[in-house]
Design a protein around this ligand. Structure first.
Ligand code: UDP
Length: 483
């Protein structure tokens, strides 16, 4: 075996012999799970959260990242390869991309992963199998990685698909054969007819041109993504479970349309009374102290997740928008949120002018931020994790979606649950400072909206508490894993 190409495996062997000395008797056979997230921040965090829940139940977990993300997670964790009281071991495999290649190029990343990772995964699993008979007994893979479920099937290992986004999105993917049959799309996913698709009355409608694989902007990538979605649909048929980081009450009708999807969310660190892990950037916790000094429900929290990039004009308009609100704000400015270093893009003198009421960080401990009593609202890109985290804390939204499923989530927030407001673009496609100011004021003055989100917060939290729907589903799932 080439130690260079499968560095994670070698690390694993070293760890294993060390681990043998540790509490070997604690874990029975049949309790070693291989967890494989899709290589993106919004997928790694909830998969690791699920793994931490399982580790608490005594499962041993091997958590497999791509080498690139593994290095980032290790960097943010200050080097420790074990989390969850040592029961989770972080390992890695190469994704097939060269150093410096653009991993935000989804088409390319998908293709190279498909070329390299299934074979490496099989090798990794065989290596683990050879180690004292404590082989992997279950694979939990992100639904987007159908190939990992296929490898598990080939090796006759139990398998579970994990979906970290809205169940409605997966239900739409399940509908692909019907969309082809109805001639809305071709068999390669190309758009044949522009039409509004309604899965159920309490679920946002989706236009055929906004289907998740069809709105990336580059036709070649869209074709690749469509093929992968179709392949994943097949892989999932052979999965033992399809679990989803959502809450029954948020998307109730979806579970009768797609009964295979089991809601187990929200997967939050607060359920374990601990901090969230698996971040690609080190968290700047100084903002929590800063929040302590602000008045209750006064601060606008602004964050766009891990992927969003704003052009310079929009970034400057956002800065000016925050300035003209006159309110305190906490703004996450990721080092890569603009095409050049954001410090060179701020409007002239901005940081100086807002320093008494504006806090800017590179990456925030978001779950703890949203739980802070000083937060008034969340100006968000509407990633699914951010959506669940804000709902769970009763923080209303100002919606600024950017990509893929974020438009569906925005529609859930504003049109269905009615707990947030949309920010509209002007005729040049820019969200102007005046729009930001007006919507902040409108949102903070809307008492009915605030009451609705408080009610929804209770529903969401209740689901994860003892006796709640997600709690019961997760328990049933865990009992199956133990069987
Ligand atoms: N996040 C964080 N600190 C930040 C920004 C984001 O911890 O400063 C976390 C956030 O809590 C969420 C994840 O990163 O768990 C982002 O996932 P989401 O689905 O919201 O968006 P994505 O990054 O996938 O677009």
């Amino acid at each position: 075996m080439n130690s260079h190409s499968i560095s994670g495996v070698c690390v694993y062997i070293e760890w294993y012999s060390e681990a043998q000395k540790l509490e070997r008797s604690k874990m029975g056979s049949g309790r070693h799970i291989l967890a494989i997230p899709y290589p993106a921040q919004g997928h790694v965090i909830p998969m690791l959260e699920l793994s931490l829940c399982l580790a608490k139940q005594g499962f041993e977990i091997t958590f497999l990242n791509t080498e690139y993300n593994h290095r980032r997670v290790m960097g943010a964790l200050a080097g420790t390869e074990r989390v969850g009281d040592g029961n989770i071991h972080l390992v890695s495999l190469p994704d097939g991309m060269k150093p410096g290649e653009d991993r935000n190029d989804l088409g390319k990343l998908t293709n190279t992963m498909l070329q390299v990772m299934p074979m490496k995964l099989e090798e990794l699993m065989n290596t683990i199998d050879g180690l004292g008979g404590r082989g992997i007994t279950c694979v939990i893979a992100d639904e987007n990685l159908g190939w990992a479920l296929e490898v598990a099937e080939k090796m006759r290992i139990r398998r579970v698909a994990f979906w970290p986004a809205a169940a409605a999105l997966l239900a739409m993917q399940f509908r692909i054969p019907k969309l082809i049959e109805e001639k809305l799309i071709g068999s390669d996913g190309t758009l044949l007819k522009s039409e509004e698709i309604m899965l159920a009355s309490s679920v946002p409608t989706t236009r055929t041109e906004s289907l998740v694989w069809a709105c990336v902007g580059d036709k070649e990538t869209e074709k690749i993504l469509f093929q992968v979605c179709s392949r994943n649909n097949k892989a999932i048929e052979a999965a033992d479970w399809v679990i989803c980081n959502t809450v029954y009450e948020l998307e109730a009708e979806i579970f009768s349309i797609a009964p295979r999807i089991l809601p187990i969310g929200p997967l939050l660190a607060s359920n374990r009374l601990e901090n969230s892990v698996g971040h690609f950037w080190p968290e700047d916790s100084t903002c929590l102290k800063w929040l302590d000094q602000q008045s209750p429900r006064s601060v606008i929290y602004v964050a766009f997740g891990s992927f969003t990039v704003l052009n310079n004009t929009q970034f400057q308009e956002l800065a000016s928008g925050l300035e003209v609100t006159g309110k305190p704000f906490l703004w996450v400015v990721r080092p890569d949120i603009t095409e050049q270093n954001p410090n060179n893009v701020f409007p002239l003198g901005f940081q100086e002018r807002v320093k008494s009421r504006g806090k800017i960080v590179g990456w925030a401990p978001q779950q703890r931020v949203l739980n802070h009593p000083s937060i008034a609202c969340f100006l968000s890109h509407c990633g699914w994790n951010s959506t669940l985290e804000s709902l769970s804390n009763g923080v209303p939204f100002l919606c600024w979606p950017y990509f893929a499923d974020q438009f569906l989530n925005e529609s859930y927030i504003c049109d269905i649950w009615k707990v947030g407001l949309k920010l509209n673009k002007d005729e040049h496609g820019v969200i102007k400072r005046t729009e930001i100011k007006e919507k902040v004021e409108k949102l903070l003055g809307d008492d009915e909206l605030k009451q609705r989100i408080q009610k929804l917060k209770k529903t969401v939290l209740k689901s994860a508490e003892k006796g709640g729907g997600s709690y019961k589903n997760l328990n049933n799932f865990i009992n199956w894993l133990k069987s």
